[in-house]
Design a protein around this ligand. Structure first.
Ligand SMILES: Nc1ncnc2c1ncn2[C@@H]1O[C@H](COP(=O)(O)OP(=O)(O)O)[C@@H](O)[C@H]1O
Ligand SMILES: [Mg+2]
Length: 268
């Protein structure tokens, strides 16, 4: 890849990033991330995969500005991240909706916090509710919705604030297998309409390959990037590509990297 070209459209950049947790009681340190160097381009869909405990959530929280680097930097649009900001929106594993608010009121919450409620933002909320397939459910409450539908509300809320970077931490992992696949397909459809730069975390390799332009494979102890895999599968992608030999080959490839890493750690 041409270095100058890359520089021009880099959205997010992590340079020499270390994140260490310190236990206040014992003073012991856990090096959660060590020397993370990566660039994400404008409009890319990036997935991070890796075993539990390899620092995926830590990385996302650092990008979100909820955690501070112990060394190195995270930059978004060439600005160093030093706290949370409205340029980033998060979707968590569990829907985190307010039970006393309707779908519409939940979707508008992010806009309210930012004091940006207007006819225009209300219309945007309505558009995203439709885009995630919840038209007609605006006045329903979270307990009236399935887990998959709640997660769509979460996604609509994140999109409505119009972030320049969408951060998703295992958003579908609490869903059953069928709903999860359906949501993967839906997310790609929405992404193709919005082209938001997205950073999606998962521990499921097939989910990462299906969604991403590139997959960053993280290894554990300490968490670091062990490989970056280009996913050269044309879009739009339907779920049948998961049975394509090219797809299966990519799964094998990423599995072998993770297995090799685990063997090094003595997990086998
Ligand atoms: N608040 C915390 N205090 C101390 N250690 C933590 C904390 N959060 C995470 N860790 C440790 O940091 C490492 C990375 O955790 P995490 O980012 O949650 O991994 P992942 O999301 O990949 O499962 C793990 O070893 C975990 O135990
Ligand atoms: Mg995690």
């Amino acid at each position: 890849m041409n270095g100058t070209q890359l520089k021009n459209n880099v959205k997010l950049s992590s340079k020499y990033l270390d994140v260490t947790y310190i236990n206040n009681k014992t003073g012991t340190e856990v090096i959660a991330l060590q020397n993370i160097n990566l660039d994400i381009k404008e409009g890319e869909f990036i997935c991070i995969v890796g075993p539990s405990g390899c620092g995926k959530t830590t990385f996302l929280n650092t990008v979100a500005g909820l955690l501070k680097p112990s060394r190195g930097t995270i930059s978004l649009d060439n600005q160093e991240v030093d706290g949370p900001g409205k340029d980033r929106a998060m979707v968590f594993q569990t829907p985190s909706l307010f039970p006393w608010r309707t779908v519409m009121a939940n979707v508008l919450y992010g806009i309210e916090v930012q004091k940006r409620v207007s006819n225009e933002t209300k219309k945007k909320a309505q558009d995203y509710i439709s885009m995630v397939g919840l038209k007609g459910y605006e006045h329903h409450y979270p307990h009236e919705l399935s887990g998959g539908m709640q997660q769509r509300v979460n996604l609509a809320r994140a999109l409505t604030v119009d972030p320049s970077l969408l951060l998703l931490d295992e958003p579908f992992s609490a869903l059953d297998a069928q709903t999860r696949e359906f949501m993967q397909e839906e997310l790609l459809r929405i992404w193709s309409e919005t082209k938001k730069t997205s950073l999606f975390i998962t521990h499921q390799i097939d989910e990462a390959i299906y969604l991403a332009d590139r997959v960053f494979v993280f290894g554990a102890r300490p968490g670091r990037v062990v490989d970056i895999v280009d996913i050269n599968i044309p879009r739009p992608r339907d779920l049948n590509i998961k049975r394509d030999p090219k797809f299966l080959h990519l799964i094998d490839h990423i599995w072998s990297i993770i297995e090799k890493e685990s063997a090094k750690q003595g997990f086998q």
